[in-house]
Design a protein. Structure first.
Length: 109
């Protein structure tokens, strides 16, 4: 058995969970924050048999897309009388970071 830990953008999480459930995969979502932009993410835990692992990874890949976003960087510390307006920077957000772990034991009570 495998545990798939998938960290996805919060915009992709609901769709991913719905499609996983339609394909009879049980999952748990944990709301998380992190990364460079400190934006909302979702960590989705999926338990699956090794035979279905590639299908689960394919569902994640199909439904979690990277996108670009404009962000304003923090302005540098300026001397008195100086005025600096930083230009927005385009960064890539979204996609999925996936970890696959071996499960030694799994029980349902």
């Amino acid at each position: 058995m495998k545990l798939v830990v998938s960290i996805v953008h919060s915009d992709d999480a609901e769709t991913l969970i719905r499609i996983l459930e339609q394909n009879q995969y049980r999952c748990t979502m944990i709301s998380t924050t992190g990364g460079f932009l400190r934006e909302g993410n979702a960590t989705i835990l999926i338990g699956t048999e090794e035979a279905q692992l590639e299908e689960v990874l394919g569902i994640i890949k199909e439904n979690c897309h990277a996108r670009t976003q404009l962000v304003s960087p923090l302005p540098p510390v300026a001397e008195a009388g100086e005025f600096y307006i930083p230009r927005p920077v385009e960064v890539q957000v979204g996609g999925a970071t996936v970890f696959v772990l071996d499960v030694v034991r799994s029980e349902k009570f």
